[in-house]
Design a protein around this ligand. Structure first.
Ligand SMILES: *Cc1c(COP(=O)(O)O)cnc(C)c1O
Length: 343
């Protein structure tokens, strides 16, 4: 494939926004989505009274495009992002953007920005951000009538730049998502309310929060941007189960990798805060890092140090990481349909 790549220092990119050449836009008006177009315009112009600005009707997604070992540009399970975004939209009374059109838009935007897809081996990837919001005026509380769906891409650097650093996480005194609330959908509103907890944790020297179930404050939920995964002393995988955890595609994929490829035992069940000492390894999963090891959890006076330590990934998490990134980069054969080739 002959293609002039942008002249970027790929391996040293951070996780930040860099405008690229094209983005996709489609508008919902009079009860229907329009055809959608690619545009060079990186700016959004909306009414001062647009629903998003007042009552926060917004949902989003995050996925990546990779260059594989044999030079193809691929994405990983975009159909699941498409489906999840439809679920998120319905929960906020927004018109779902059809899943097939979502996947087509991913293909179009990535193709149009192929020069921005980091080369194989650089460790960098192309982050894809689909999102939609209420664009028409709303002042009395109700769903808006018009919406905009957009999708842009931005190259991001290797997550473990300068090596793996296991996280230190504190048990938060704040709650993230109520039972029967919106914790299971990918909406900006869940992040707005988590920022205070995030800043507070950082001020105290922690990397992230461990949120608990708000009803009983005894079970582990998630960090607010990544799902927990534990490894027990027998090498089995334990995944916290709750209706208010965001169903991470990375975590669901790691579950399949663990069970069907690595032959590990996988259990999905409520995980008590009081049983953390029984685990050998802990990690948090999401598109950004795939899986990042947790070295230590601090619950006020109580410190739980996982035996994998503060220097590297534990052996089971390392195997999960190597296998899933191997599938994404085309070095390992994955389950049918996981790799969506674009170019
Ligand atoms: C996006 C997100 C995740 C990770 O999901 P992936 O599909 O693996 O990227 C986890 N928790 C929350 C709250 C999220 O918004």
């Amino acid at each position: 494939m002959i293609m002039e790549k942008k002249n970027l220092d790929w391996a040293n990119l951070g996780f930040g926004y860099m405008p690229t050449d094209y983005r996709y836009v489609s508008n919902f008006k009079n009860g229907a989505w329009d055809e959608g177009v690619l545009t060079k315009d990186a700016f959004v112009t909306i009414s001062e009274c647009a629903g998003i600005l007042h009552y926060c009707q917004e949902v989003f997604e995050g996925l990546k495009a990779y260059t594989t070992e044999d030079g193809h540009i691929v994405t990983f399970r975009p159909d699941l992002n498409a489906q999840r975004m439809m679920d998120s939209a319905r929960r906020l009374e927004m018109p779902p953007f059809p899943a097939e059109r979502f996947v087509k838009a991913v293909e179009e935007v990535v193709k149009a920005n192929a020069a921005w897809v980091p080369p194989y081996g650089s460790g960098a990837t192309l982050y894809i951000r689909p999102y939609m919001f209420a664009s028409s005026p709303v002042i009395g509380v109700k769903p808006a009538e018009e919406y905009q769906f957009r999708m842009f891409v931005t190259p991001v650097g290797p997550y473990f730049k300068g090596g793996v650093k296991p996280l230190t996480i504190c048990v938060s005194d704040f709650d993230r998502a109520a039972p029967h609330g919106t914790g299971h959908i990918k909406a900006g509103l869940n992040y707005a309310m988590s920022l205070h907890a995030y800043v507070s944790a950082h001020e105290k020297g922690f990397d992230e929060n461990m949120f608990l179930d708000p009803a009983t404050r005894t079970c582990v939920e998630e960090t607010g941007g990544a799902n927990f995964l534990f490894v027990d002393r027998d090498g089995g995988i334990v995944i916290p189960q709750s209706g208010s955890i965001l169903p991470s595609i990375t975590r669901r994929s790691l579950t399949v990798v663990a069970r069907d490829i690595l032959g590990l035992k996988v259990e999905e069940r409520p995980v008590k805060l009081s049983e953390l000492e029984n685990f050998a390894e802990c990690g948090v999963c999401g598109t950004a890092a795939v899986i990042c090891p947790v070295g230590k959890v601090v619950d006020h006076g109580r410190e739980i140090c996982f035996s994998s330590g503060m220097e590297k990934m534990g052996p089971v998490i390392q195997k999960l990481y190597d296998t899933l990134t191997g599938i994404q980069m085309g070095r390992v054969e994955g389950p049918e349909g996981w790799i969506h080739t674009i170019l």
